[in-house]
Ligand binder design. Structure first.
Ligand SMILES: Nc1nc2c(ncn2[C@@H]2O[C@H](COP(=O)(O)OP(=O)(O)OP(=O)(O)O)[C@@H](O)[C@H]2O)c(=O)[nH]1
Ligand SMILES: [Mg+2]
Length: 741
């Protein structure tokens, strides 16, 4: 059997060594940037602290499981720099789920190609010291330089928790403890000083939390190689069937297994070793707390009172619906003035280009390709910002986790647990982080069911499509307190949720059949969102949106413009000349102007129809005609398969190239679009069908790629794509056919 090294290969990347190496080796090491791992319980403020130290913008939020992947940044000092590794949260070093394993693997130096960290920055939430110290105790055993940052000291203060920092430092084997407020930056200066010297700080003294266990491992030390640290011997004793246990037993020779069994019998008796370990560790934690935590939390904060109230089913559910209704109203009502301004600006720019440039390819490229294509997507920036503002506020206040808790019941009825809620809720921003967030789900079947349900949640790229069609075709009248447009949008979000849940149910009943998972959701306290955090996150989101508009969507708009503009037909151009001279000879005044622009529009439409895009559109049109789509809609939808918001850029370009220039906004152009026989293209059944198609269809290459990566197979992304596309097509078909009949 292969012998794996018991201690991580780089376990001796210590500092005692560094002081002995030559000067240029030290500088090499500093350039290779010794790394420091940021480790702590979920939701303890690790990423907030990481962002502050590195100046990066990692996602943070007030619920456990925000970070599911390691992220590396650099923290700079006057004459040194370290790599800081932000990690997913964990409660203990023994990993259960994928994302917890990432954290423990990094700490243990088990990631190939990545050096073991030279030190650990343990992040402990002051209001949850009991949990936090449990992990710190385990970290102390790793024999790495260790530093504790106590976050949330502001929240602890206001709920009356007082910590004796010196006593805590003493109890933690002499390591440094820095109280901070990660959101405001209070205490950061002292923390930075401590980090700068961390890799050279002495290792913490080993805590003794269980005399018998220490004695038992001490007994084995003489018979094992010196590379096996004490903590691994203890783990081998506790984790019965682990690889570590097998290895230790192999090292001990033929009677190894018996020796271990005898020791276990003596130390654990009939109790499960893990349970006994936890009991001893918590015993130690309680002892420490007694000494360092002077006043237990007595005051009830407004946060905890509100939390208790919102946990009750009725206020909770009513609250959830009110919050959602406010969000949808705001997305429409607040954004309108800003959107109008951007739209007017884009229209002005387009006209300016057309009137000041000579007619031809250049002017069409700039006005119809760039301005109409990219501009029609950028118009939605205000709505995206408002939506994200709400999502970020809900995440940062802790409300999202509360909503997840409320929906746990519903999740159980489809065979999933509350664990699936957070990934699904993240998918309202974007399915890619949503799919990644499923890493918190330990059971593979449940994880895959959640991954396949996540893309149904209405992501922010669907919002522009919905908003465009709703603004153009749903009247802005009020229904009771609400606005009809807001209600339709709400309905589409609900449709996504229901379709996603039904999909999960279907899968859990068939291909992914399995027992219902056990799960306890850890609810965070309500907290006042930090303005700076909210602003930073919002800025990050806006930049992502603009970057997409400037790169992917820009590129598509250019390609689509070229396909829609070329080839130019000389016959049509000559025909136009002839007709225009005829009109000039026979008409005058206003009538002439009208005739001229009608002729121009007709010629533009004819040019478009014989363009490459027109020809391709005609080829696919029959497949989509039963849904009421003409070739323009069909072409736009197909172009939107790699990224769904592209459809807007394509519609923007196609309708701009195809004339109808007297309509200034895209919405107005859609309203004016007709079939060759003069019937409107965008009838109500067709629009609703199109909306349903967008609600169901998986038009996102990035999501497919992440499903492929996270399930490690092609089968699931292909299934998801085929399934969702079929669902969208059939849905749109039914609505259109029934609606027209
Ligand atoms: N009041 C207060 N809030 C804080 C402090 N530090 C972090 N927060 C908030 O606590 C929440 C959690 O912060 P994160 O940085 O996302 O926590 P994390 O440890 O990275 O969480 P996971 O990635 O889920 O493990 C966020 O809403 C932060 O704004 C602090 O010192 N005081
Ligand atoms: Mg985090």
């Amino acid at each position: 059997m292969p012998v794996i090294s018991l201690s991580p290969p780089q376990a001796k990347v210590g500092n005692a060594q560094v002081t002995r190496v030559s000067a240029d080796q030290i500088s090499v090491r500093q350039h290779a940037a010794a790394s420091i791992a940021v480790v702590g319980n979920p939701n303890s403020g690790k990423s907030t602290l990481f962002n502050r130290l590195t100046g990066l913008r990692q996602k943070t939020g007030n619920y456990p499981g925000v970070t599911v992947e390691k992220h590396i940044g650099t923290v700079r000092f006057d004459n040194a720099a370290f790599e800081l590794i932000d990690l997913p949260g964990m409660f203990a070093l023994s990993a259960h789920s994928l994302e917890e394993r990432i954290a423990s693997d990094v700490v243990m130096g088990r990631i190939p190609g990545m050096e073991r960290p030279a030190g650990i920055l343990a992040v402990v939430d002051t209001t949850h010291l009991y949990q936090g110290l449990y992990l710190v105790q385990q970290l102390m055993e790793l024999e790495l330089p260790l530093l504790v940052a106590l976050t949330m000291t502001d929240a602890a203060d206001s709920s009356g928790i007082r910590i004796d920092i010196e006593a805590l430092e003493r109890r933690l084997g002499g390591i440094k403890v820095c109280p901070v407020v990660a959101t405001t930056g209070q205490g950061m200066a002292a923390l930075r000083v401590a980090i700068a010297t961390l890799p050279d700080a002495p290792k913490p003294a080993l805590p003794t939390f269980w005399e018998e266990l220490s004695a038992a491992s001490g007994e084995l030390v003489p018979d094992l190689p010196a590379t096996v640290p004490r903590v691994e011997i203890e783990r081998a004793l506790i984790d019965l069937d682990s690889e570590l246990a097998t290895e230790v037993s192999n090292y001990l020779g033929d009677d190894g297994a018996q020796r271990l069994a005898a020791i276990r019998q003596r130390v654990f008796g009939s109790e499960p070793p893990l349970a006994k370990e936890a009991r001893h560790r918590y015993g130690w934690v309680r002892e420490v707390l007694k000494e360092v935590q002077h006043s237990a939390p007595t005051m009830t904060t407004w946060g905890s009172r509100l939390a208790a109230f919102m946990n009750r089913p009725l206020p909770g559910t009513v609250g959830l619906f009110v919050v959602m209704a406010i969000v949808f109203q705001a997305v429409f009502a607040w954004a309108t003035p800003m959107m109008d301004a951007i739209e007017a600006g884009a229209a002005m720019l387009g006209t300016l280009l057309v009137t000041n440039l000579p007619d031809g390819a250049v002017s069409s490229f700039l006005a119809d390709g760039v301005v109409a294509g990219v501009g029609s997507v950028i118009v939605f920036l205000p709505q995206i910002i408002i939506l994200f503002l709400f999502i970020i506020l809900l995440e940062d206040s802790g409300y999202l986790a509360r909503a997840a808790y409320l929906m746990d019941r519903a999740m159980r009825s489809v065979g999933l647990s509350g664990q699936s809620i957070i990934p699904m809720v993240s998918s309202f921003a974007c399915a890619v982080p949503g799919v990644m967030a499923t890493r918190v789900i330990p059971n593979r079947r449940d994880r895959i069911a959640t991954i396949l349900a996540a893309p149904f949640m209405t992501c922010s790229a669907r919002l522009p499509v919905y908003a465009l069609l709703i603004a153009a075709f749903v009247p802005a009248q009020s229904v009771g307190w609400f606005n009809l447009q807001g209600i339709v949008l709400f309905g589409l979000y609900m449709l996504g949720i229901v379709a996603g849940l039904l999909t999960a149910l279907l899968l859990k009943k068939t291909a992914l059949h399995g027992p219902k998972p056990m799960f306890a959701l850890m609810l965070p306290e309500f907290r006042r969102p930090n303005l700076q955090t909210v602003f930073m996150q919002l800025l990050g989101r806006a930049l992502i949106f603009l970057k997409r508009a400037g790169t992917v969507i820009f590129a598509v708009a250019v390609v689509v413009w070229a396909l829609a503009y070329y080839p130019r037909s000389d016959v049509i151009a000559a025909d136009l000349d002839q007709q225009q001279s005829l009109a000039a000879a026979n008409l005058s005044g206003e009538a002439l102007n009208q005739a001229m622009s009608r002729l121009e529009n007709e010629a533009a439409a004819a040019q478009l129809e014989q363009s490459w895009l027109g020809r391709a559109g005609k080829v696919v049109e029959p497949a989509f005609k039963p849904l009421g789509w003409d070739w323009k809609v069909s072409a736009a939808v197909i172009a939107g398969f790699p990224a769904r918001e592209v459809v807007i850029a394509v519609l923007g370009t196609v309708y701009a190239v195809g004339g109808a220039a007297d309509e200034s906004t895209l919405a107005a152009r859609l309203q004016a679009a007709t079939w060759p026989d003069g019937r409107a293209v965008y009838t109500l059944p067709m629009v609703i069908g199109l909306l349903i198609f967008y609600a169901c269809c998986l038009q996102c290459a990035a999501t497919l790629a992440v499903i492929r990566r996270e399930t490690n197979s092609w089968q699931w992304p292909l299934f998801a794509w085929a399934y969702m596309t079929t669902l969208g097509y059939v849905g749109a078909l039914l609505v259109y056919q029934l609606g027209t009949a």
